[in-house]
Structure formats: C-alpha cells, structure tokens
Ligand binder design. Structure first.
Ligand code: LMR
Length: 397
C-alpha cells in the first residue's frame, strides 16, 4: 500500500524547530517559529491565564462535548474583540463566529466552506506570505496564486503592484490579507492604503479573508482592528480568522476562531449552519480547556485588564529588541543599514539575509531562522542578542 509513498519535505517553520531541538550546540537560538519568549528566554504562562485556570479548577467542571461551534461565551467574546465591543454588525446579529483549532483551524474551516460555495475561485495570497497559507487553500481544493506585496529594494510594500493585481483579479477571487503584523515581512498597510484595498475588493467583487493572528502586537487591540473596521464600513461580506496562540501565549491549546460577516441575521444563521457541517465532518467539535481559559479572561473585567497589560508588555519588549538588535549590529561592525528592523511591526523581521546566510547562521552558529530570511524578533532577549548580532555580523561580512 505504501511502497509508492514519497517522503514529504520538512515543514519550513515547525520542521525547523525539530532540527533546533536536536541541535547540541549550547549557544543555539531559535528565531524560527513565531513564538514570544520573555527576557529570560522562557515561554511565558501569563498571569491572567494562571488566574483563569485557578478559577476553573475551583469550579471542578465536568468535560462534556462542546457545541459544534464552541463555547457560546467564547464566540461572543471573539465577536467583541474582533469587531469592537459596541459593534453595530454584532448587535444586528450579522456575524457568524465559530471556535477553531488556532488561527490555522479558522483558515481551514473558512477555506473548506468557501470551496463548497465557489470551487472555481482562485485564491491570492501575498508574495511572500505565511508559509502555511498556500498549503491550507491548495489542500481545500483551490488554485493558489500570489499578489505582489514585498518590495526588497524599497524595504517596504510594492503597493501600486498590489493594487494593480487586485484591480485585475476575477470576480469571486479570494484575497487573503494580513490584518496586522504581516507575516513574514513585518510591513503593514497604512490606513489610507487599506481604504484603497477595500475599495478594490468591493469594485472587483472579490472575497476578503483577513488573517488576524497577531491582534494587539502592532499598536494595540483596538488600533490593530483598522482593516476589520474598514471592511465593515464597506458593507461587504468578509472572513476573519483569529488566534490566541500568541496573544494569550496559549500555543499548544489551539485556541482560535473564524468569524464571517454576513448581510443579515437570516444569512448569518445559514452560514453558521454550514460552518458547523465543516467542523462536524472534520473533528466534530472543539476542545474545552483553552477556549474556557480565553472566555474566562475576556469575560472577567479584572482578568481582561491584566491580559491587556501583559499583552502590552510583550509588544513593548519586542519593540525594544528591534531597536537593540539594530544597535548591536552596528556595534558589531556591520556596515549594512539594518535600521529598517526597528520600523517593522509584529513578531517578525524580514531581515534581507539570503538563504545561504540563513543556512550559515544555522549550521555554523546554531542560530535558527527561516530560509526566507525571516527571524522572530520576539525570541531575542538580553542574554542571546549579543551572540545573535555577532553571528549575523560574521555572515554578512
Ligand atoms: C509562524 O509563522 O511561525 C507561526 O504562525 C507558527 C506556525 O504555525 O507557523
């Protein structure tokens, strides 16, 4: 049965972690996967999560099946987080939200549903994009192509080319957009550019699918909603997948969601019923623990405040690491101007290092980043930053 089965390539992000774990170099640093570590290099267990778990443990709740679409209080909290606490579209019952297995799960549920609706549609992802976007939409049955995004010479966004691609896409094409903290480049659209993107999506009758895995890591929870708000104002239907992997440091709990904005209550009920079929036929219903933790935090005012403080601290520390690495590279004698790292946002920096340089960093120095040149700035800390700067200095000279 399996004689013809070929060995699949290693995952470009999670496969790297496997290699990192096996590396015996005591100085090794993992700047590959998008995970936030604190200044001691530790994966944080947030205070708000600990307090929520204490509350949950005290309640000694049994673990029945969750509803197919997840915990009702969780879905309600997602709606207010993603669309805003006073959102008119939420009040009008126009948002279908389902709990999902991380942001990836939200993308997959949306992709499967969209493919049932319009199997002929093309999907456009940004060039470059998160490494898994292509696979998720391709394996849902779509032809996946790209729209221009990153401009290496300018170290920024090739916005004119992006807009031209959207302006010539066929009606019904699904456009996957990074709502904030573009992964991998760290370059986000300005609010004025979002206006133009939204107008192009509307004019060409395209379908926007926002991936918002990093809400709160660019400017703040409300500020990072800018793309969502502009799509709401356009009156168009759209999809948005979200995740608590990073913002609650709940990576292994797989806590995310998919929300779909519809035209009215009746349409929302019909869309929700179809999303539930996708979930039921894939994994039946979501797990309890992570969703309950998130719901407890978001629906308990003091835990919510604590979370916002902890999230802000993560955001600020990443920014400090951006400035620090720029300075350390200069101090290590690097001539090339790396000041752009301080202007990028989110967890990542598209460093501009070549694949060869990334391989040297990994193989000679145990510094792991993605072949594309992406490094996770959120994994830098005061203990490893000098070493990382020295190693980068060696490979760029
Ligand atoms: C990343 O981009 O590193 C993260 O989103 C983790 C993942 O699943 O790829």
């Amino acid at each position: 049965l399996f004689t013809a089965v070929e060995m699949a390539p290693r995952d470009p992000i999670l496969g790297l972690t496997e290699q990192f774990v096996a590396d015996t170099n005591p100085k090794k640093v993992n700047l590959g996967v998008g995970v936030y570590y604190d200044d001691n290099g530790k994966l944080p267990l947030l205070q708000c999560v600990q307090k929520a778990e204490e509350k949950m443990m005290a309640a000694h709740a049994a673990r029945g099946y969750l509803p197919i679409d997840g915990i009702a209080a969780y879905d309600a909290a997602i709606k207010s987080l993603v669309f805003g606490a006073d959102s008119e579209v939420v009040k009008a019952g126009r948002v279908a939200t389902v709990q999902a297995l991380g942001g990836t799960g939200g993308l997959k549920i949306g992709a499967d549903f969209l493919h049932k609706l319009n199997p002929q549609a093309k999907v456009l992802i940004s060039d470059p994009s998160w490494e898994n976007h292509r696979g998720i939409f391709r394996d849902a049955g779509f032809t996946v192509e790209t729209y221009p995004y990153y401009d290496a010479d300018k170290r920024g966004i090739n916005f004119d080319a992006m807009l031209t691609a959207l302006g010539t896409a066929e009606a019904g094409t699904v456009i996957v957009l990074h709502a904030c903290c573009h992964n991998p480049t760290g370059y986000d659209l300005t609010p004025a550019q979002w206006d133009q993107v939204v107008a192009a999506v509307k004019a060409r009758k395209l379908v926007a699918f926002l991936d918002m895995a990093y809400q709160g890591f660019a400017q703040g929870i409300a500020e990072d909603r800018v793309a969502v708000e502009k799509f709401i104002a356009s009156g168009e239907d759209f999809f948005v997948s979200t995740s608590f992997s990073k913002s609650l440091s709940l990576y292994g709990e797989r806590v995310g969601a998919l929300s779909v904005l519809c035209q009215d209550k009746d349409e929302t009920a019909r869309v929700l019923s179809q999303l539930k079929i996708v979930i039921r036929t894939n994994y039946s219903n979501p797990p309890t623990h992570g969703g309950q933790v998130a719901a407890t935090i978001l629906n308990t005012p003091e835990l919510r405040t604590l979370w916002e403080q902890e999230l802000a601290a993560m955001r600020v520390r990443i920014k400090q690491m951006r400035t620090a690495i720029v300075e350390k590279l200069k101090a290590a004698g690097v001539q090339r101007d790396f000041s752009f790292i301080a202007h990028q946002v989110g967890m990542f920096s598209y460093s501009g290092l070549t694949k060869e340089q990334m391989l040297r960093l990994r193989n000679e120095f145990g510094v792991y980043g993605i072949d594309s040149g992406r490094i996770c700035v959120a994994a830098l800390n005061s203990r490893n930053i000098d070493y990382v700067a020295e190693c980068i200095a060696k490979v760029v000279q």
